[in-house]
Design a protein around this ligand. Structure first.
Ligand code: ACO
Length: 321
């Protein structure tokens, strides 16, 4: 069974309410119908009901909603220290993205999926400002769940890559938090009971000396402190992370033993390029989720298909469980 089929089965076991702020968009409407029919989640579409043909699906118009006042009050309280006025808050909640984020914040929805129309930044900023990080977690980042044709790698072909979307240039401490979050994502979404985390570099165990390598070494130390029982090692080159024979010669005694199933990239350029190489050249199926947020919100690519939206809603629902 593929990764996404397993995730869909999980989503159906404990049905969550997922808000779709881009409710007037045709792929989103088509996806909401499938989500409802398949029982993956209870979808809520935001927008003008006159522009949405989706019988049986809850539609909320942020412009006229009775809840808008309560959301504006709460948003003002949350952001007044950042210069948001009461008037600003009233206007902001008319924007479906902010309205949707407030629904999740106040528990009127369990999660949010957006990005068929908005850019990653448009979707991320309100989530970062309002939903904020999970207790104990310093940063919001992302994981890509990579379902690779080569089943000898990772966990029967499954690998988790982080961070490929959010943090352009994480510090050592931020990188450590990304590593711990990615291990949580591997457990929650991929059923990987024993994440084996490799913090990647162009150096293995001091083979090269450079400030970029030092950052990964420091991140490894900090991650050990945050999660002492997690199987984790760094800095490792990709082959020392994935190939037991190479690990045995280059990284003797590495707890990962060349069997990593979670790969942590040193910055966003490496992560973003890395997942696209795996997708395009190795032919992996890949699914992105945000991690570290107090409540699940996920981003889509603007080129997404209806299936991509359905899949992301299923993953969001499982994160909400
Ligand atoms: N984790 C937690 N909080 C954060 C993070 C983070 N990673 N980043 C920013 N914040 C918080 C800030 O502390 C701030 O909070 P505050 O307003 O309460 O003080 C708030 O979010 C907004 O911060 P800004 O500095 O205004 O936001 P910024 O301009 O840094 O934008 C963003 C954040 C959007 C995530 C930015 O880092 C970004 O654009 N990242 C790259 C996104 C991207 O283009 N990805 C690649 C394409 S996607 C793909 O290929 C699939």
């Amino acid at each position: 069974m593929s990764l996404i089929e397993t995730i869909k089965i999980k989503a159906k076991k404990d049905i969550k309410k997922i808000v779709l702020p881009e409710g007037e968009e045709s792929r989103t409407i088509a996806a909401a119908k499938i989500i409802r029919e398949e029982g993956l989640a209870v979808p809520v579409l935001l927008g003008d009901p006159a522009k949405i043909d989706a019988e049986g699906i809850e539609i909320i118009n942020p412009e006229t909603s009775a809840k808008a006042e309560e959301y504006a009050k709460e948003l003002y309280e949350l952001r007044k220290s950042k210069g948001v006025t009461e008037e600003d808050a009233k206007n902001l909640v008319k924007d479906p993205m902010y309205y949707g984020i407030m629904m999740v914040k106040l528990g009127d929805a369990d999660g949010l999926v957006s990005g068929a129309v908005h850019t990653t930044g448009d979707m991320l900023r309100p989530a970062l400002q309002i939903i904020k990080t999970k207790p104990g977690m310093k940063v919001v980042s992302s994981s890509f769940l990579m379902d690779c044709p080569n089943k000898s790698l990772g966990e029967n072909g499954l690998l988790v890559y982080a961070d490929c979307v959010v943090m352009p240039n994480p510090t050592a401490e931020e990188l450590a938090h990304i590593a711990v979050s990615a291990a949580d994502t591997a457990r929650a979404l991929c059923d990987i009971e024993e994440p084996r985390v490799a913090l990647l570099s162009f150096s293995t165990k001091g083979s090269a000396k450079h400030e970029l390598v030092t950052k990964v070494q420091q991140a490894t130390e900090i991650a050990h402190q945050i999660a002492p029982s997690l199987i984790l090692d760094g800095e490792l080159q990709l082959d020392a992370a994935l190939v037991p024979e190479i690990a045995a010669s280059k990284a003797k005694g590495s707890p990962v033993e060349g069997r990593a199933n979670v790969l942590i990239f040193p910055d966003l350029q490496a992560g973003n390029i890395g997942y696209k190489i795996t997708q395009r050249i190795a032919g992996a199926d890949c699914f992105a989720v945000l991690q570290g947020l107090a409540k699940p919100c996920n981003d889509l690519s603007r080129g997404c298909s209806v299936d991509d939206i359905v899949n992301t809603v299923a993953m969001t629902a499982v994160q909400a469980q």
